[in-house]
Design a protein around this ligand. Structure first.
Ligand code: HEM
Length: 217
């Protein structure tokens, strides 16, 4: 069980780092179009063409699968133990709604990722669906893919609403990843709780607001 939880924690921390980089890149969409289109598209091309980034992308896909797969196994094992009358969580009364519903939040995020990969990744990397045009520099116009998607109010709602379960999941997940990996320092844990809150808020607000701003531009 400890090995499974450690894998969930380590892959989760890697995904947290990915989200910082991903949000920073997507913040370019908020700049004026004259600079944003070229910057966003050339950054996106650079990532697609770099061997190092290709390797990191495979680690990313593996991390998502391992994180979700082992989380599912641990949730099933906990449910079974509970059904058999074992007291799995002695602090149930004191634990938050989020900590009790990490599985549900995770499923919502997984649903988001599947739709999101179909919106962007499948079109841009796999060439599935509507063809992606090129910009004046000859780079794939990923900027246009984002802007045309967020003209649709249902997609804006989908991205913005699902940023809430993402934030809740990250808030609890970041704290518990460090605890799972053996971080028990009392003062450190209090600081970690604050860092997790700030991190989760930045991610939820950032990913939630970008589609709205693009829609309104
Ligand atoms: C405003 C919100 C977001 C925008 C505009 C956005 C944009 C993009 C774009 C353009 C790509 C394709 C990059 C390329 O192939 O050139 C991508 C890939 C991806 N995004 Fe997002 N993203 C957003 C939010 C998220 C969130 C919240 C998550 C995770 C919970 C996420 C996870 C991923 C993953 C896993 C990939 C595949 C990575 C790869 O390119 O190999 N994205 N996103």
């Amino acid at each position: 069980m400890y090995l499974r939880k450690s894998i969930i924690a380590l892959t989760g921390l890697f995904l947290c780092i990915f989200l910082i980089v991903h949000l920073s890149a997507n913040s370019l969409l908020l700049l004026p179009e004259s600079t944003a289109r070229e910057l966003y598209n050339s950054y996106s091309t650079l990532l697609r063409e770099s061997i190092l980034i290709k390797i990191i992308a495979y680690v990313l896909y593996a991390s998502i699968l391992l994180h979700a797969g082992y989380a599912l196994l641990v949730t099933i094992a906990n449910r079974r133990a509970k059904a058999q009358g074992y007291q799995v969580n002695h602090f149930r009364q004191n634990s938050s709604w989020t900590s009790q519903n990490m599985g549900l939040l995770g499923i919502m995020i997984l649903l988001f990722i599947v739709v999101h990969l179909a919106n962007f990744w499948a079109r841009i990397k796999l060439g599935i669906g509507l063809e992606v045009g090129v910009d004046a520099q000859g780079n794939k116009d990923v900027y246009e893919v984002a802007y045309s998607l967020f003209q649709n109010v249902y997609y804006v709602l989908f991205y913005t609403v699902l940023a809430i379960p993402l934030g809740l999941h990250l808030h609890h997940g970041l704290k518990s990843a460090f605890k799972t990996l053996g971080f028990y320092h009392q003062k450190g844990l209090r600081l970690l709780a604050r860092i997790s809150l700030v991190y989760a808020a930045i991610m939820a607000i950032g990913f939630g607001v970008i589609p709205i701003v693009v829609f309104l531009k």
